[in-house]
Structures are given as structure tokens and as C-alpha cells.
Design a protein around this ligand. Structure first.
Ligand code: PEP
Ligand code: MN
Length: 337
């Protein structure tokens, strides 16, 4: 239930409504809006009828939230959430490029790739230090050594850092080095991790699972928000279908649906969606045209020799050319880059 108060509602009136709902066992969350106070009551069980809450002193309107994801829904918060990290805004009028290698490999790799993505206009440097590999014999990431490297190189280039977190035991370590904690597709329903991420102050990017519905994906975001952290971004990265020419199938429907159902910024990862370098470029263009708030793209200064995902990593020149096209596409949909 979303409860909107009159602009002149008193603190006592607000507290009376909050107390009533808390006594019934519901969690009460205040929407981060300016203007009249908006509260959401969420929890298990039957809420009192909206008419009853609507009649309480100070209340302008009480309405139900039809979606299962309550705090992530536009019913709760009408405007798109803008997440500010330093001078970067995600979900605002500018689309944000996050780019870098699949995994952090070496100083030379990070220094050369970061300079290239920065020059093209990226604001966030990506690179995994803990890699969820299908085979236990594949490279698993450089761990803390990699995190130190990506942080230093990002700082030298004025970039933010996004990196994947695989387990809740890594939260303390990763908070020291990373601006955006990425929950990978394979971990989208790691509920104990999502709950713990609700306690951090870091921004969390939740990737869509390989076979997750939009409802399931947004429910994963809901876990983090209901745990106390509303700095959440969701990322469509392709779902598993029957096509074999591409690694996955980019679901732009999901972008349009998530944008209309949820106030959370929606990012697209065309690299894991396609798995094929030349196909990443048109998918990236389409994602911005479809209304995505940004892109997460694999770029490597020497993709032929990348430790992982070289076949889908763009050359720096390709990323630069793509960014130039994206600037025009962003303009056509009333955004900037
Ligand atoms: C990644 O971004 O490096 C990654 C492993 O992506 P996903 O979780 O989407 O497969
Ligand atoms: Mn990858």
C-alpha cells in the first residue's frame, strides 16, 4: 500500500499511520521524494482496507500496489530513481557507459583499456576480480590484487569502478575498492547475498538471471531495497533461448517492461547477450534507442589475448566509434551521452 499525505500533515498524523501499520507487522518505508510525504507499507499478510487508511487524519490518498515488487515499483515511486555516485548520475538524462575487460588480468591491460574507454566517454570501469566460471579449472580472477589494481587505474582516469561480488563473505573487502557491486546472472537468486547487500551503502547492480522472468528479476532488486538499500540498478544481459548463433538472446522487451513497471535505472549488457564482437555494436545501439539508462560493455586493448570473453570484447577503436553513434541515438530519444 502507498500512502500519500497532505502537504500540511503533522508529524503526529504521520506517526499515527506508521504506528498502526507497524503494529500490524508491516515494514513502513518512506519514498525518497521531495514534496508531500509518501510511505509504503510492505510485508506478509493482509493490509487494512485502503479506505480505512485513506480516512486517517493527514492522509490524502491510500492505494494498493498491484505488483509483487513493492518498493521497486513505479506505483511506489513515479519518477525514475537517479543514483548519484560522485559526479556520475545513473538514471538521469545522460546515458552512462560502463566499460572494460571481462576480468582484471594485469597492470598493462587495465592501464591501456581504462585510458581507451575513458577517451570514448565511459564513466565507469568494469573488470571482474572474482569470476563465476562454468569450469572450476578456468581462471577464477585475481581477487584483492585485482581490486587494488582496478581502483588505482580507475582513480588515475577519473572513473568509477564496477566489479562482481559472488558471495556475501566478500562484501567487506569489495566495499573498500568498488563503487558498484555487480550481482551476476548466476547469483540473481542468491537471496542471502541480496539480503546482505541491503545493509551496504554501495550501489548494487542486479543482472537478470539466464532464465529469470521480469517479475523474478525485479523481486531480486526488491530484496536489496527491502533490506534497506535503495541504490539499485537492474541489468538485462540476455536470456537463454534456442538460438545458437549468439551466446544468449537480448530481451529488449524486458527493458521496455522494466522501465514502465519500475523506477529503477535499467542498464543493458550487450556483450554477454550476444557473445559475438560484431553483434555487440548493433545491440548496444538498439538498447539506447529502447530507453536503457546505460550500457555495460566488454572492451579489451588486446582482445585476441584476453584471458576470458575476448571473442565478445570490443577493440578500443570500435568502442570509440560506437560511443560516437550512441551520442546521436541518445539525442534522438531526448538523452545525452
Ligand atoms: C560479467 O559481467 O562479467 C558476467 C559474468 O556477466 P553475467 O553474470 O551476466 O554472465
Ligand atoms: Mn565476461
Amino acid at each position: 500500500m502507498v500512502i500519500t499525505f497532505h502537504a500540511n500533515a503533522t508529524d503526529e498524523e504521520l506517526h499515527a499511520v506508521e504506528a498502526k501499520l507497524r503494529d500490524l507487522g508491516f515494514q513502513v518505508v518512506r519514498a525518497p521524494t521531495t514534496g508531500p510525504v509518501v510511505l509504503a507499507a510492505v510485508g506478509d499478510g493482509a493490509l487494512p482496507p485502503v479506505e480505512e487508511v485513506g480516512r486517517m487524519a493527514g492522509v490524502a490518498e491510500a492505494v494498493g500496489i498491484p505488483e509483487p515488487f513493492k518498493l521497486a515499483s513505479r506505483s511506489f515511486r513515479h519518477e525514475t530513481s537517479v543514483i548519484r555516485i560522485g559526479d556520475v548520475e545513473i538514471g538521469g538524462s545522460s546515458v552512462v557507459l560502463m566499460a572494460g575487460p571481462c576480468t582484471i588480468e594485469s597492470e598493462e591491460q587495465m592501464v591501456r583499456t581504462a585510458a581507451a574507454v575513458r577517451a570514448a566517454g565511459a564513466r565507469v570501469l568494469r573488470g571482474g576480480a572474482f569470476k563465476p566460471r562454468t569450469s572450476p579449472y578456468s581462471f577464477q580472477g585475481l581477487g584483492e590484487e585485482g581490486l587494488k589494481l582496478i581502483r588505482r587505474v580507475a582513480d588515475e582516469n577519473g572513473l568509477l569502478v564496477i566489479s562482481e561480488i559472488m558471495d556475501k563473505s566478500q562484501i567487506g573487502l569489495m566495499e573498500r575498492y568498488v563503487d558498484i557491486l555487480q550481482v551476476g546472472a548466476r547469483n540473481m537468486q542468491n537471496f542471502s547475498l541480496l539480503r546482505e547487500l541491503g545493509k551496504t551503502e554501495k550501489t548494487v547492480l542486479v543482472k537478470r538471471g539466464l532464465s529469470a522472468t521480469v517479475d523474478e528479476w525485479l523481486m531480486s532488486a526488491e530484496y536489496v531495497i527491502s533490506g534497506g538499500n535503495d541504490r539499485v540498478i537492474v541489468c538485462e544481459r540476455g536470456i537463454r533461448a534456442y538460438e545458437t548463433y549468439t551466446r544468449n538472446t537480448l530481451d529488449l522487451n524486458a527493458v521496455a517492461v522494466a522501465k514502465s513497471l519500475s523506477h529503477l535505472p535499467v542498464i543493458v549488457d550487450p556483450s554477454h547477450a550476444s557473445g559475438v564482437r560484431d553483434k555487440v555494436i548493433p545491440l548496444a545501439r538498439a538498447a539506447i534507442a529502447a530507453g536503457a539508462d546505460g550500457l555495460l560493455i566488454e572492451v579489451h586493448y588486446d582482445p585476441e589475448n584476453a584471458i576470458c570473453d575476448g571473442q565478445q570484447s570490443l577493440y578500443p577503436e570500435q568502442f570509440q566509434a560506437l560511443a560516437n553513434q550512441l551520442r546521436q541515438i541518445a539525442g534522438a530519444v531526448d538523452r545525452t551521452l
